[in-house]
Write a protein that binds this ligand. Structure first.
Ligand SMILES: [Zn+2]
Length: 203
């Protein structure tokens, strides 16, 4: 995108938008995976499902026109695809979409969800959050997205297991890297200690 649009995006704040320069910023491999898995087509099928009769600004549009469009799209969520009609609450649906690794549905739900909704825990599965489930799957794309949308990185499940302990199950180095990078404490849970103890013994 152009300098003008990237400036407008930066002004929205990181809770709504993140801007990275292809030339000036570094691109960790985990972030590359997120960007290449989502891409413009998938993102726009959610954030710009219907333009509501408005015309998307072009390069030649004024700064005001561009700013109106960007704010309408991300701040007012004017063009956002609607939530599917489901019996499930948004939080329960997000847990299911994460367990199914259904990226499109997860992004749609995150775009609509409040902080409280996206932090919903799974009753039957040890009170884990969607972030625990994504870590368990070793799905670094979902892990990144859930953190960006405010799922608590410090939350433990009913047994006190951290999200990091869950990322150890599939031994997902990428997920572990992302969790540490976002400040997840690098301490072992009782479960993890047990496993590590066994590994050390075997060695
Ligand atoms: Zn632009």
């Amino acid at each position: 995108m152009c300098i003008e649009c990237s400036g407008i995006h930066r002004n929205l704040g990181t809770h709504l938008s993140r801007v990275r320069s292809l030339d000036l910023d570094d691109w960790p491999v985990e972030l590359m995976q997120v960007m290449s898995s989502i891409g413009n087509e998938l993102a726009n099928s959610i954030w710009q499902e219907s333009s509501q009769g408005q015309t998307k600004p072009s390069v030649d549009s004024t700064r005001e026109e561009k700013e109106w469009w960007i704010r309408a799209k991300y701040e007012q969520k004017l063009f956002l695809a609607p939530l599917p009609c489901r019996e499930l609450s948004l939080g329960q649906h997000l847990l299911q979409a994460t367990a199914d690794e259904d990226l499109w549905t997860a992004i749609l739900l995150l775009a609509h969800g409040s902080w409280k909704e996206v932090n919903k825990t799974c009753g039957e599965r040890d009170s884990c959050t969607a972030l625990h489930l994504a870590c368990c799957k070793g799905n670094v794309v979902l892990v990144h997205l859930l953190i960006w949308y405010g799922v608590d990185i410090m939350a433990g499940d009913a047994h006190g297991n951290t999200v990091l302990a869950y990322a150890w199950q599939p031994s997902s180095q990428e997920c572990i890297n992302v969790l540490l990078q976002y400040g997840c404490p690098n301490e072992c849970s009782p479960w993890c200690k047990n496993k590590m103890g066994k590994i050390n013994k075997n060695n």
